[in-house]
Ligand binder design. Structure first.
Ligand code: PLP
Length: 429
């Protein structure tokens, strides 16, 4: 990386991982839309397969356009290496695939995207992976839930949909005392607003579908490893520290050191699960992430103004935005999100379920759809959609009431955002 190490975030967001193409001089990273790559000779092929030499073999494992994005995301999170994936959910699975075997467990915050709660509760059981959910507002809850077969703690630092904030450093300390890593889903904050590695996190996952790409063109995900967790300090992580029978008996931590986790995520995770990001997705994400800093500044300013406006609105019972002065998360915002707590939050309407449904049907600027982190303002009624499959207790944990509406505030003009909120809230039921 050379001088890139000293560059600021906004510079890295444009340049990291993507020097001009050495063959053509193309300033934009080419879309290497190729399934496979020609070997120089038999020795080159053998070396690539044995992981003795870096290079490209087959795009399920590695691809130059995807690698460029991996370099950029690793730089933005200040990690040692990154693995891109087909979606945010695929990234979550890859992050655990390096650590978990059948019969293992992990502890997770219960304030998560509804799809993650459902995946961790039901689908991971098919692999024999157990998830113990805890309320993250009290970090000690994580310590109490750790069992000898636990391999990680997982949390969303800034949680979807309420925008609540977790004390990342306190939870990282608890994880490390137990000898396990902390995995932070940094999707809502993005590396521009929060740098989890500065606070002790070991692995970061993203749904790049959201703010990182920022224009709703693609589904994607990424796992970034800080590269400092000692996988060999105990016998708890045999997949990282012991010879791997599924790949030439390589011990990934021993052979690759700080890059061991990322190498295994490619060589075993992507190779065997196949949840690979496409070159076209990587290209669109590279283009989107260039403006991440600019966009997040505007997202946060608009979210703050919209939240203050909604708090005073007669149809609104509650606004969850952590940027509001009376939010219980203010101290954590000041510490972990000094530039602002993102642009996703929920409001609770006085009119309950009927008012929630009426609101999403009456907005004109806010698009009613199942996504967040677009440049457009978005809304959804979780009780009838994203969180429909959760039990009442899970809904309560996630802060979802019948009249809750989740908002993702875009980067349009704030006056238009406020006007649309006002007219949609003023429609007679
Ligand atoms: N993590 C968070 C915080 C999310 O909000 C989402 C999706 O909404 C995901 C992960 C899953 O990402 P994807 O939809 O890209 O699989």
């Amino acid at each position: 990386m050379g001088m890139e190490k000293n560059w600021h975030f906004d510079t890295l967001a444009i340049h990291a991982g993507t020097p001009p193409d050495p063959v053509t001089g193309s300033i934009q990273t080419p879309i290497h839309q190729s399934a496979a790559f020609v070997f120089h000779d038999a020795a080159h092929a053998a070396n690539l397969f044995a992981l003795e030499e870096a290079g490209y073999v087959y795009s399920r494992l590695t691809n130059p356009t995807v690698a460029a994005l991996q370099g950029r995301l690793a730089a933005l999170e200040k990690g040692a290496g990154a693995t891109c994936a087909a979606s945010g959910h695929a990234a979550q699975m890859l992050s655990l695939f390096n650590l978990m075997q059948s019969g293992d467990a992990f502890v997770s915050s219960n304030k998560l995207y509804g799809g993650s709660v459902s995946t961790y509760t039901h689908s991971y059981k098919q692999f024999g992976w157990e998830c113990h959910f805890v309320n993250p507002d009290e970090p000690e809850n994580f310590r109490k839930a750790i069992t000898p077969n636990c391999k990680a703690i997982f949390l969303e630092g800034l949680a979807n949909p309420s925008g609540s904030v977790v004390d990342i450093q306190a939870v990282a300390d608890i994880a490390h005392e137990a000898g396990i890593p902390l995995i932070v889903d940094n999707t809502l904050a993005t590396p521009y607003l929060c740098q989890p590695f500065d606070w002790g996190a070991d692995i970061v996952v993203h749904s790049t579908t959201k703010f990182i790409t920022g224009n709703a063109t693609t589904i994607g995900g990424a796992v970034i490893d800080k590269g400092t967790f000692d996988w060999s300090a105990s016998d708890r992580f045999p997949l990282m520290s012991k010879p791997e029978p599924a790949y030439n008996n390589i011990s990934f931590h021993k052979k690759f050191g700080a890059l061991g986790y990322t190498m295994r995520a490619h060589a075993l995770g992507l190779r065997n699960i196949g949840a690979t990001m496409s070159p076209m997705t990587a290209f669109l994400t590279l283009a989107g992430v260039e403006t991440l800093g600019l966009r997040m500044e505007k997202h946060v300013a608009n979210a703050q103004a919209a939240a203050e406006f909604l708090k005073e609105h007669k149809a609104v019972a509650n606004v969850s935005y952590a940027g509001l002065k009376d939010s219980p998360y203010q101290p954590l915002v000041k510490k972990y999100l000094p530039k602002g707590p993102g642009a996703v939050f929920s409001i609770e309407l006085k009119g309950g379920y009927a008012a929630g449904k009426a609101f999403v049907e009456n907005t004109k600027l806010f698009r009613h759809l199942a996504n967040i982190g677009d440049s457009r303002s978005l809304c959804i009624h979780p009780a009838s959609t994203t969180h429909h499959q959760l039990t009442e207790a899970q809904l309560k944990n996630a802060g979802i009431m019948p009249g809750t509406v989740r908002l993702s505030i875009g980067i349009e003009h704030i006056d238009d955002i406020k006007a649309d909120l006002d007219q949609a809230l003023s429609v007679k039921l």
